[in-house]
Structures are given as C-alpha cells and as structure tokens.
Design a protein around this ligand. Sequence first.
Ligand SMILES: Nc1ncnc2c1ncn2[C@@H]1O[C@H](COP(=O)(O)OP(=O)(O)OP(=O)(O)O)[C@@H](O)[C@H]1O
Ligand SMILES: [Mg+2]
Length: 246
Amino acid sequence: MTAVLEVHDLSVAFGGIRAVDGVSFAAERNAITTIIGPNGAGKSTLFNLVSGLIPPDGGRVVLDGVDRTGEPPHLMQRAGLGRSFQITNLFFELTVFENLRLAAQRLENPMRFLLPVGRSDCALTRVDELIARFSLAEKTSELAGALSHGEQRRLEIAVALAAQPSVLLLDEPTQGMSHADTADTSKLIRGLAKDVTILLIEHDIGVVMDISDRIVVMHQGKKLAEGAPSTVRNDPAVKAAYFGHA
Ligand SMILES: Nc1ncnc2c1ncn2[C@@H]1O[C@H](COP(=O)(O)OP(=O)(O)OP(=O)(O)O)[C@@H](O)[C@H]1O
Ligand SMILES: [Mg+2]
C-alpha cells in the first residue's frame, strides 16, 4: 500500500489553545482512514490544515509525494484534494444538476471557460456518472435547498467528488441523518473507496467500526492512538478518553 496523503507533525494554535498539536499519520491509497475523537478534539481543524483553509504553525502536508504545506484551498483542490464540510456547502438556490455541473467544471480545459457551460463535455459526462452513482436521477431539476437533509448531505459528497479528487475529505457526512440514511450513506462511502482515497471524520461509532480500514484517535489536539478498528477499540487509553470507560 502507498500513502496518498501524509501529515507530519502538524500543529496550529488559536490564542492559547493548541487545536492540533504535533499530529502525524498517513492515508493509504483506496483505504478509508477515519479520524475520531470527542467534540473539540481538533478533527475539523486538522481538515482545515490539510485542505489549506488555514496555514499550520508547524509540520508538513504531503499530497501524492509533493510537499503542499501552506498552499491555499484552490491549489490543494487542483492538486487532487476534494472535501465536504461539517456545515453544508451547497448552492441551495440552484438545482441538483447545476450544483454538480459547477463542481465538475474544473475538469474542463481552462480555455473552455470561455464556452457556454452547456458545451462542457467532460463536465457533463462526469455529472451523468454522479447522478447515476448517487441515485439522483429523479432529483436533478429540484433545488438543492428543497432536498431532505439526508439528500443534501449525499449531494454534498457528490459535489466534492465531481472534480475527480485523489483524496476526499468528508467531515461528518452522516451528521443529523436518520438511521436508514446513515446506513445507506456509509455503504455508499465504502463503495467510493475503490476509486478514491478517503479521509473521514465520523461520530457514529458503529459506522466507524464498520467502514474504516484505519482509525486515528484525536484527543485535545493530539493523536492518542492509531490502528485497525479492532486494535483501536481495545486500546485502554482510547477506552478511557473516548468511550468513557477504562
Ligand atoms: N478558527 C478558530 N479560531 C479559534 N479557535 C478555534 C477555531 N477553530 C477551532 N477552534 C478551536 O479549536 C478546538 C478544536 O476544534 P475543532 O472544530 O477542530 O474540533 P472537532 O474535533 O472538529 O470537534 P466537533 O466534534 O465538535 O466537530 C476547539 O477548542 C475549538 O474551539
Ligand atoms: Mg468538527
């Protein structure tokens, strides 16, 4: 297995709080690596550092073997990093189709930005693939804002995948979903891993244990443990800090 994304000794502090404190790990190709930890552990901040939204105080982010530390989000995206947000990032006043088409537009040759979007062949092919894969055929002309919460969260994953990233960061994709939607979405995410390397933040411990190849446990900004689901589950420090019993 080869690492697509490597994080070395990554740190950032906000005022006195060391939100991410010397965290290192690697995400292997076509695997699901899941970050878990209590509220405020630094998980979303870690994603913000990896995706270039905030520059780190120290450490390195290496994507596909290239040191990309401190590069802004649009360059990280061009380098192959896609992400969804803990809080939804869709254009609610646009249709499902338009949300996907805008996101897929990055696949086009830059000069094609001068052409009408209706003629963007690569983008349209990609939108068709995503509509099929995410079972959105009956929803394409609905406004994103009119979808159910579960549908919006799934559309957001599709949007993050539209530009064919090599690494996909998903921040709590099942948050607020019904039990049935959570089960569907976790199956969907598991299926995506054959095409894309996934870095996931997830609170539903059942989902975490079910779909993760590797788990990184964070606590107060630091990495507390790392390993296969069975290893992490039985780690005494993890049990104490995360599952609430020793
Ligand atoms: N932009 C910011 N400015 C100041 N403090 C911040 C900022 N972003 C995060 N923090 C702080 O950093 C710490 C880690 O927050 P973060 O959102 O990364 O946690 P999390 O693990 O994602 O939590 P949750 O499970 O609730 O989403 C918290 O103490 C938070 O208040
Ligand atoms: Mg968070």
